[in-house]
Design a protein around this ligand. Structure first.
Ligand SMILES: Nc1ncnc2c1ncn2[C@@H]1O[C@H](COP(=O)(O)OP(=O)(O)OP(=O)(O)O)[C@@H](O)[C@H]1O
Ligand SMILES: [Mg+2]
Length: 266
């Protein structure tokens, strides 16, 4: 299978927001410390790691909300590492990001239909009403939800709107950052089922960031484990659960609460 993403020695430093220099600028700290991996077209890849391991920073680099300091990111054969915003513009609809908290990413004063339409307007797409209707359909929301406001929806419904807005652009790639973390268990299961179906039906490539290994296990064929800005493991998910190699992966696995304490992973 052809690769959609080719990431080579990705390094990324940010100005340290916690430092308060009296003179000059804040020192830079390296958050991603040399990551290399590929994401084949059509793959569902999990990215796991503890808080502060660099998952969101990696996600933001992949969709070029952040610019790498060194290394290279290739997207479908193009080098996007240092592309300017102008050069990125026509490509942006091809890689979409969905965030954890749909309430903060959905404009509370806009109706669902407007929210889903907005990125399509920005990208100059035509026949928007039809696209909004299809997007609602894809995520299993009735058409009359287009007239609702975000506060009138449940958490799971809001997350569906976030997904509808992303897939309405017909992207090749979706980066989902902790998108089920704030949901109760049954809404989580519904959103995960939906994602599985969309990946299959729309031929999407998905990177799914989560600190929850049980969610990753269910959704992702392959898992990348991040720890302190480095990849400590990158293997098929089933193998990773059966025979974790890195000590850090074993720690993460041991931290999963088992439904039945007598049952072991594997
Ligand atoms: N602008 C910034 N200035 C300083 N440090 C930052 C900045 N942005 C992120 N960091 C630090 O970089 C590290 C990685 O952050 P990141 O948000 O990518 O982690 P994460 O794996 O997504 O964590 P979480 O699971 O909590 O979402 C953290 O230690 C974070 O504090
Ligand atoms: Mg994060």
């Amino acid at each position: 299978m052809a690769d959609l993403y080719t990431v080579a020695d990705l390094r990324l430093s940010l100005a340290d927001m916690t430092a308060k220099p009296i003179f000059g600028t804040a020192p830079r700290i390296e958050i991603l410390k040399g990551l290399s991996f590929t994401i084949p077209k059509g793959a569902v890849v999990g990215i796991v790691g503890g808080s502060g391991s660099g998952k969101s920073t990696l996600g933001r680099a992949l969709v070029r909300l952040l610019e790498p300091s060194r290394g290279a990111i290739g997207f479908d054969g193009s080098d996007i590492t240092h592309l300017s915003e102008t050069a990125l513009r026509p490509m942006r609809r091809r890689f979409q990001m969905i965030f954890q908290d749909p309430m903060s990413s959905l404009n509370p004063r806009h109706r669902v239909g407007t929210i889903i339409a907005e990125p399509m307007r920005l990208h100059g797409l035509d026949a928007i009403p039809g696209r909004v209707a299809r997007a609602l359909d894809h995520v299993g929301l009735p058409q009359h939800f287009a007239a609702r406001y975000p506060h009138e929806l449940s958490g799971g419904q809001r997350q569906r709107v976030g997904i509808a807005r992303a897939i309405a652009l017909e992207p090749d790639f979706i980066l989902a950052d902790e998108i089920v973390s704030g949901l109760d268990v049954s809404s989580q299961a519904q959103v995960l089922n939906l994602l599985e179906r969309l990946v299959a039906d729309l031929g999407l490539t998905l990177a799914f960031i989560s600190h929850d290994l049980s969610v990753i296990r269910r959704l992702c064929q392959r898992t990348i484990v991040l720890h302190q800005g480095l990849i400590v493991e990158d293997r098929p998910t089933a193998e990773l659960f059966a025979t974790p190699k890195a000590a850090y992966t074993r720690e993460l696995l041991e931290a999963i609460p088992l439904p039945d304490p007598a049952q072991a992973w594997g």
